[in-house]
Ligand binder design. Structure first.
Ligand code: ADP
Ligand code: MG
Length: 638
């Protein structure tokens, strides 16, 4: 087979095409970032090779001097970025460069609005990587050969960024990748050594491998002299950023490094740079992003935190380095004490790594605590992005449960807004002395929580209730049952005893018992009418306005949890709710004297159905409900 025969033209995925167009327009004002992206890829490829070569030295092919070179050619109007890293084979080129093999891609495209300013923000969050080449180039050629493979297994990828690309097999003696950009007509400014150097210093100084450019020469026109006199010089500081001392690192350098490890285009929300001394020494340079990435909810997403051993990259696997509830953390952990030739398998159960991980978690929690305490407004922006992830914390990390609980924020009846701004500490601070529980309600939306009939008596008594309306809240309260010795109590569960909370007829114990006794015939009759639908019917002390509500027993699943599970197609253990009826309500009063059996049954059923509806549930038989209501209404009209 000749090389020409092996050349194929392939179409980009539709999404790549769309992304390219959008990116070229929206990132144009920031076009020099292409260099950062290509250098970032080159540096990653070198890191990968260095790791593989720890166990297969032959992969160096006799050349262990790892470096990135940047060249430009004024005559041909090209810039090229060359690395001697791991390289790619044909399938990898197709996979990595021809498709967007990134999770969350579809969601990204769905969230595009057509508004350029907004979309460019989104593009920034998504990260465009290699494709940013097309901002300045109308043709991009990538030539690569994988380390350890034959030189005849080289690959050339070429595209004008307009829908398709070609792939062909080439001879390539050098391992690694060379990307050549053929600049668009107006982009000559980049054909300038000084300009390129200044961009590299600005964006890529932190890259730990040397980035080389040829020295600008002042020699004459002698062609031969030119060819022999090429002299390379390193233009970045080429040392691991995290190993430097804090005073020597500028905010810009920190931020650019963040962009490199996170593939994010925006500045981080916060960072922490810390060195832990002792028998197990390590350095942490960790960041919290300003925005949730598109794959935040993707269980397979692994990117984020990189493990280095004495500056040698070992792996990138957030899950082993951070618990899931901190999966948004990005950055580097560099250990001095792990063995260099450590394999990924060994790392699985490495005690030292365990310690590093738990040390890193403590530091991240410390960072969050710090900002929560000193910059509450800033903390609120974090909470909006990652609050529902952090709520997994008490579920996943028993040891740090108390600390995480302090970081949680909720909506509450006190603020009357769906913004989650109330901490458990705030709640405790406002709590009257005779209140001994932290009250909350769970629901599927803020509206359902805030307007739930279960809150009526709490409103009347002025008792604050936390309004939990995130999916994860249901799980959270299953694990976080106590805070500072105070029990967390659902207002929709069990028998409430609010008698301690101030003098009040409705919650006076004796009064309640009397009423319950008095109305026993009624509750019994309603229970008979509802048959299998309820486990019990009781006189309510929660309701002041609504006629009825449903509650679950203290230790059963909450009603919200049951609905979530049902919606997810899960088996829900058979449990029946308790119907509470409001003795002060006109319908209930009327029922006491309703002699007509059919009407009594209809009204009882309506009380039940209303309670289901008001908690945001669905009726088993909505048409029956409508039918019953209508026959009552018709009764009125006669
Ligand atoms: P990202 O770096 O965020 O993964 P890019 O679009 O920058 O996204 O690159 C896509 C993929 O292409 C990389 O993940 C890598 O697998 C591959 N790649 C890009 N450049 C190189 C290179 N110089 N050497 C080896 N692989 C590369
Ligand atoms: Mg990249």
């Amino acid at each position: 087979m000749t090389t020409a025969e092996q050349k194929v033209t392939l179409g980009f995925e539709a999404e790549v095409k769309q992304l390219l167009n959008l990116m070229i327009h929206s990132l144009y004002s920031n076009k020099e970032i292409f260099l950062r992206e290509l250098v970032s890829n080159a540096s990653d490829a070198i890191d990968k090779l260095r790791f593989l070569a720890l166990t297969h030295e032959a992969l160096y092919e006799g050349d262990a001097e790892l470096k990135v070179r940047i060249e430009f050619d004024k005559a041909n109007r090209t810039i090229s970025i060359t690395d001697n890293g791991v390289g790619m084979n044909r399938e990898e080129v197709q996979q990595n460069i021809g498709t967007i093999a990134r999770s969350g891609t579809r969601k990204f495209f769905e969230s595009l609005t057509g508004d350029e300013a907004k979309d460019s923000q989104l593009i920034g969050q998504f990260g465009v990587g290699f494709y940013s080449s097309f901002i300045v180039a109308d043709k991009v050629v990538l030539e690569t050969r994988k380390a350890g493979h034959n030189q005849s297994d080289g690959v050339r990828w070429e595209s004008t960024g307009e829908g398709d690309y070609t792939l062909e097999t080439i001879d390539r003696p050098e391992r690694g990748t060379r990307v050549t950009l053929h600049l668009r007509a107006d982009e000559d400014e980049f054909l300038d050594g000084w300009k390129l150097r200044s961009i590299i210093r600005k964006f890529s100084d932190h890259i730990s491998v040397p980035i080389l450019m040829t020295k600008d020469k002042v020699t004459g026109d002698d062609e031969e002299e030119k060819a022999t006199e090429v002299e390379w010089e390193t233009i970045n500081s080429a040392s691991a950023l995290w190993a430097k001392s804090k005073e020597d690192i500028s905010d810009e350098a920190y931020n650019e490094f963040y962009k490199h490890v996170s593939h994010d285009f925006q500045e981080p929300w916060a960072r922490l740079h810390s060195r832990v001394e002792g028998t197990n020494e390590y350095t942490l340079l960790l960041y919290v992003p300003a925005h949730a990435p598109f794959d935040l909810w993707d269980r397979d997403a692994k990117r984020g935190v990189r493990l280095y051993v004495r500056k040698v990259f070992i792996m990138e696997d957030t899950e082993k380095l951070m618990p899931r509830y901190l999966r948004f953390v990005r950055g580097v952990i560099d250990s001095d004490s792990l063995p260099l030739n450590v394999s990924r398998e060994i790392l699985q159960e490495n005690k030292q790594l365990e310690k590093i991980r738990s040390g890193a978690v403590k530091k991240v929690l410390g960072l969050l605590e710090d900002i929560a305490a000193n910059e509450p407004e800033k903390y609120a922006t974090f909470w909006k992005e990652f609050g529902s992830v952090l709520k997994e914390g008490p579920i996943e990390d028993f040891k740090n449960r108390e600390r995480i609980a302090k970081l949680l924020r909720f909506a509450s009846t006190h603020t009357g807004s769906d913004a989650q701004t109330v901490s458990l500490a705030d709640y405790l601070a406002r709590m009257p002395e005779d209140q001994d529980k932290i009250y909350y309600i769970t629901a599927e939306s803020y509206g359902a929580a805030a307007n739930s009939p279960h809150l009526e008596v709490f409103r009347k008594k002025g008792v604050e209730v936390l309004l939990l309306h995130d999916r994860v809240d249901e799980w959270l309260v299953g694990y976080l049952t106590e805070y500072e010795g105070k029990h967390l109590q659902s207002v929709a569960k069990g028998n409430l005893d609010l008698s301690k909370l101030g003098e009040d007829e409705a919650t006076d114990k004796e009064q309640q018992e009397k009423l319950t006794e008095e109305l026993k015939p009624l509750t019994e009759r309603v229970k008979t009418a509802l048959g299998d639908s309820v486990s019990d019917v009781r006189i309510s002390h929660r309701l002041t306005e609504s006629a009825s509500c449903l509650i679950s027993e203290d230790y059963g699943l909450s009603r919200t949890m049951e609905r979530i599970m049902k919606a997810a197609g899960q088996q829900v253990p058979a449990s029946k709710p308790v119907l509470e009826i409001n003795p002060g309500h006109a319908i209930v009063n009327h029922l006491k004297h309703e002699a007509d059996e059919q009407r009594f049954n209809d009204l009882a059923r309506i009380l039940f159905d209303q309670a289901v509806l008001s908690e945001g549930g669905q009726l088993d038989d909505p048409s029956q409900f409508v039918h019953r209501i209508n026959s009552l209404l018709q009764g009125l009209m006669q």
